[in-house]
Write a protein that binds this ligand. Structure first.
Ligand code: ZN
Length: 93
C-alpha cells in the first residue's frame, strides 16, 4: 500500500475550533466542508458523513435516529452538545 492512512480521529480533531456561542460550554465549531444546512461534513471510510454524527459516534458508538444540537449551533461538533432525539432501541448493559 502507499502512504500511511492518517488516523481519522486526528484528522477530525484538526477541523474544528473552540468557539463561545453563548451555550454553557464552548462549541466545537466546524471549520471544514459543510452542507447547504451548515452541518459539517467529514470524509470517513470512503463516504461523506455528517461531522456532528461522526463526533458523537466516536464517543458513544453508532447511533440510530436524529441528533439534536442542544446549543442550537449546526456547525457544532461537540459530542456533549448533542443528544439523540429518536431512539430506535433501548440499550441495556
Ligand atoms: Zn455546541
Amino acid at each position: 500500500m502507499g502512504r500511511p492512512r492518517q488516523d481519522p480521529v486526528q484528522r477530525f480533531q484538526a477541523k474544528w475550533a473552540e468557539a463561545d456561542t453563548g451555550y454553557e460550554t464552548p462549541c466545537h465549531f466546524w471549520l471544514a466542508v459543510k452542507d447547504q444546512e451548515d452541518v459539517g461534513e467529514f470524509w470517513l471510510d470512503g463516504e461523506m458523513r455528517k461531522a456532528d454524527r461522526v463526533a458523537y459516534e466516536m464517543v458513544h458508538g453508532p447511533v440510530e435516529g436524529e441528533l439534536m444540537h442542544l446549543c442550537n449551533v449546526r456547525e457544532c461538533v461537540r459530542p456533549e452538545h448533542m443528544m439523540v432525539t429518536e431512539m430506535v432501541g433501548v440499550v441495556n448493559e
